[in-house]
Design a protein around this ligand. Structure first.
Ligand code: GLU
Length: 480
């Protein structure tokens, strides 16, 4: 059975690149009827934070990347956390120690650096000094109260990584020194914890970023030291910004949380992430979740780096908004409307109207954040007109037009789009006015905006009394 894992370190919010790693693992698991496991790699105790762990899990759930097993916490599974599994690493490390495949090392950083700078070999990192240390020396170091680390005895050999995406990559172990597997505080290093977890969780495929490829020889050596079959590896290309440097804050929003807060839909994000480094044979772009599960393959992943294109993601988001009905969009936009300051009561009362506005505005919506902005003039009691723009329309002739239109609208019955349009157009004709001279100030007075949904449609939606009141308020300067 295929078993894969997503193993984030809770040292920051879920980044686009990491979310893609999670997604590829998820798709691969689902496609193969396998299991997707979440493992929190929190052994870096200084940088790991509960806040980040919570946020990563929240974002994974939002994306629909739920994991299939984990500790029973009475409800959905909890994640595996490395700091809750310390006994396991200690047991495994002791096994290596007892059969001579690992040893304790008492050297301080300064001692190692000094020896390395004096030696001609210049082997980076460590000179394997404690491999051959005498019992007497050990006793002396222990008497000094030093706490040892544990190092893996790296054998001389060639290490071959058969990577599903990158092909065969060969490493010479001679380039590695005896690396630390357990720190002096009995916390495992990243390399050791990863392997012990992967082997004890029976992970069959390790799918992760290419930045871990150089760690893989170390991991393979540890698997072999325990006599375990090495899992399959698939190192995915990195995600870069448009300038081909590693995706970072400089490129704008890079965390899933930011996109969520900026009104992106989970389905759009899911779809877009899948295309970061993977493509179908016919270059299809919009996929349902099930289509992605069906079509995804590690072999279809590109070796070259993926370029994150925020404009494309925005486009994709607008496509997903278009596919939803206005009820669904209203529900999704509720948190954004609440954040914009509307009360539950207001939203309840205006729900029907907002849904209608969403319907007529749908093709123009790019994110859910557009909704408070586009519907604000229907919900708010006191519309605020931008004073700079208002100046344009504060000319006597424009005010006269608005005054006359207001009087005219008062008698439109029934107050429907076609009737409203007819009477305003007739007015333009009678007075020999360009439609723009009437439509533009009217729209601004009613909505506080220069663009938006069809004018007559929105007047109908506003209703007669609100329409008249708005024009009145605009004219009397009854505004902040
Ligand atoms: N914790 C590692 C990271 O966040 C992942 C290690 C792995 O996938 O093997 O980069």
């Amino acid at each position: 059975m295929v078993r894969v894992r997503f193993a984030p370190s809770p040292t920051g919010y879920l980044h686009i690149g990491n979310a893609r790693t999670a997604l590829f693992n998820y798709l691969f698991a689902k496609k193969n009827n396998g299991r997707f496991i979440l493992r929190i790699e929190d052994t870096d105790i200084e940088r790991s934070k509960k806040e980040y762990e919570d946020s990563i899990m929240e974002d994974l759930k939002w994306l629909g990347l739920t994991w299939d097993e984990g500790p029973d916490i009475g409800g959905p599974f909890g994640p595996y956390r490395q700091m809750e599994r310390l006994h396991l690493y200690i047991d495994f490390a002791n096994k290596l120690l007892s059969n001579g495949l690992a040893y304790r090392c008492w050297c301080t950083k300064e001692e190692i650096e000094k020896r390395l700078s004096e030696s001609k070999q210049q082997k980076a990192g460590y000179d394997n000094y404690c491999r051959n240390i005498t019992k007497a020396e050990i006793a002396k170091l222990q008497a000094e109260g030093r706490k040892p680390v544990m190092r893996f005895r790296v054998p001389e050999k060639q290490i071959v990584v058969n990577d599903i995406i990158r092909g065969t990559v060969i490493f010479e172990s001679g380039t590695l020194n005896d690396f630390v597997i357990m720190k002096s505080n009995e916390i495992p290093t990243f390399h050791f914890a990863v392997v012990i977890d992967d082997l004890s969780m029976q992970i069959t495929h390790v799918i992760r970023g290419e930045d871990h490829l150089s760690n893989t020889p170390k991991h393979i050596l540890i698997f072999e030291a325990f006599g375990y079959t090495v899992p399959h590896f698939a190192h995915m290309s990195m995600t870069l910004g448009k300038d081909r440097t590693r995706l970072s804050k400089r490129h704008g929003a890079t965390s899933i949380r930011q996109y969520r807060e900026n009104g992106y839909l989970a389905e759009a994000m899911f779809n877009y992430l899948a295309l970061l480094g993977w493509s179908s044979k016919d270059n299809q772009e919009i996929f349902t979740r099930d289509e992605l599960i069906k079509q995804f393959s590690l072999e279809g992943c590109n070796k070259s780096n993926a370029i994150f294109d925020a404009a494309k993601l925005l486009w994709m988001n607008s496509q997903y908004i278009k596919m939803k009905n206005s009820k669904e969009i209203f529900n999704l936009s509720l948190p954004f409307l609440e954040k914009a300051g509307y009360s539950e009561e207001q939203l309840k009362n205006k729900r029907e109207i907002i849904e209608k506005v969403i319907e007529i505005e749908k093709d123009k919506l790019k994110t859910l954040l557009d909704i408070p902005e586009r519907t604000n003039y229907f919900i708010t009691e006191n519309l605020i007109w931008d004073s700079e723009i208002a100046k344009e329309y504060k000319k006597p002739e424009t005010e006269q037009i608005l005054f006359e239109v207001k009087n005219l609208l008062e008698f439109v019955e029934p107050f429907e789009k076609s009737k409203i349009e007819e009477s305003i157009r007739n007015y333009c004709q009678e007075k020999n006015l360009k439609t723009g001279d009437v439509f533009h100030p009217l729209r601004f007075a009613l909505t506080g905006q220069k663009k938006g949904a069809g004018l007559f449609e929105l007047i109908e939606l506003l209703g007669k009394s609100l329409t008249l009141k708005r024009i009145e308020n605009f004219l009397t300067g009854n505004r902040p």
